[in-house]
Ligand binder design. Structure first.
Ligand code: CU
Ligand code: ZN
Length: 170
């Protein structure tokens, strides 16, 4: 009987752990007031990394700051309701490949002459589960390039699009 109870507890534990650990997440980007920037960003667990794939349209050609922000709130017309960069580890702002960076720092996405941008990046800092998970926070695309050094924003200017990161179908 003890053995069966033990098995049951183990089974329940595995179910609960699975329920709390998404392997894929998505942010659908909606334009802030005054522009037409849309797109989507997927985050897929791949070993101990998270693969980020983004497609964004309606941009001006060139680089645009691209970050996960603290609050999963895109309700304000300027996107400022999403707060600052998601930074659960209390680090400095930096490039995505820097050791000192906000968890949300994805650097820039670069648009071509037609205003389309595509990004693929394997991230070693972001998590899809646990206390520091990016799920429930928000993805922001900026007006200007992230200079990868100005604290704490990268001086990327206004916010063109915002999308709350939610659990996706694996
Ligand atoms: Cu940002
Ligand atoms: Zn940052």
């Amino acid at each position: 009987m003890k053995f069966l109870l033990g098995l049951f507890a183990l089974g329940l534990g595995v179910c609960l752990a699975n329920a709390q650990e998404p392997t894929k997440a998505i942010a659908v980007l909606q334009p802030t007031a005054g522009n037409n920037v849309t797109g989507s960003v997927t985050f897929t667990k791949s070993g101990d990394a998270v693969k980020v794939v983004a497609d964004v349209t309606g941009l001006t050609p060139g680089k645009h700051g691209f970050h996960v922000h603290e609050f999963g709130d895109c309700s304000s017309s300027d996107g400022n309701s999403a707060g600052g960069h998601f930074n659960p580890m209390h680090k400095q702002h930096g490039a995505p490949d820097a050791s000192d960076r906000h968890a949300g720092d994805l650097g820039n996405i670069e648009a071509d002459a037609s205003g389309k941008a595509h990004l693929e990046w394997s991230d070693k800092v972001m998590k899809l589960s646990g206390a520091d998970s990016i799920v429930g926070h928000a993805m922001i695309v900026h007006e200007k390039a992230d200079d990868l050094k100005t604290q704490p924003t990268g001086n990327a200017g206004g916010r063109l699009a915002c999308g709350v990161i939610g659990v996706a179908k694996p």
